[in-house]
Design a protein around this ligand. Sequence first.
Ligand code: DLZ
Length: 297
Amino acid sequence: MIKGLTTVAQVASEQAFTQLGDLFRALGFEQGKGWIDAGGRGAAFLAPVGNLEFVTGRMPAVPSLLVEVTQLDSIHAGVKAWIVAHQRSEDVAAKLSEPVLTHWNSRLFTVELAPALRVGFWESENPLHNRPIAVEGDLSAAGKRFAIVVARWNAVITDRLLQGALDALHRSGCAKSDIEIVRVPGAWEIPSAARTLAESKRFAGIITLGVLLRGETAHYEAIYNEVARGIGQSQQETGVPHAFGVLTCETLEQALDRAGLKAGNKGFEAAIAAIEMASIQQKLTSQPQHELAEANS
Ligand code: DLZ
């Protein structure tokens, strides 16, 4: 089973070794597990995807170490600043090329980071190039309708969850007029309202918000199980994405933390999940699988 590729490059001095490490971390490489022994040391930098490319005939005019990136221009600016800081400004022109268009629909620049260490950084014009084939949802809510079902029980918390969900929808481009808010008495009533809304087929997603506090609810488990089951069932049977924003907490303090204090706002997170799932649903139902895979390749 193939696990990965490693390219080994020798660096002349300890100082260059440290400086290169600083540069690669600053460019966004994840630091891997290095090694040290009596004879020297190695620093590893990880990339999410690697290729081993054999070429026959004419070799492309590129360094043998190529790093595919996004935002090539800011990488270029970062490398330039690094050369100015660690070498001489006059070296920039000699060591760093400007990004140029390649014949394979990409832009590329090369840089000599150390003697005998030439690296090419390149960015494909196709933003999906080399990404694993996957259908992914967009985080755009523009032009889609969403319903929010929010329980009044524990309103001091659910109001905050609602604010979080509205914030996420608005910031993702959802128009005010495309959001319908339905207030129900407690968490117990969420599933039936969610189901009615989903069956109307007017919404791309349903966001459910509520808070169950164990301290106050003797039959907490029974209510929780039923609410979770009902929301899940509505989602599965109607095919409309339902985001689960029903908090289950031991104390009010815990709930407050999850409604915008210390642990984010679960209403915001639920709305983002609904937006993403609405987009995935749209893609899965509007385009055959093989076309989606081809579009992403
Ligand atoms: C009755 C009740 C209790 C004890 N606790 C909660 C709670 O912590 N969170 C919540 O959303 N609702 C609670 N409820 C109300 C029930 O969900 C339901 O609204 C009522 O039993 C009426 O059907």
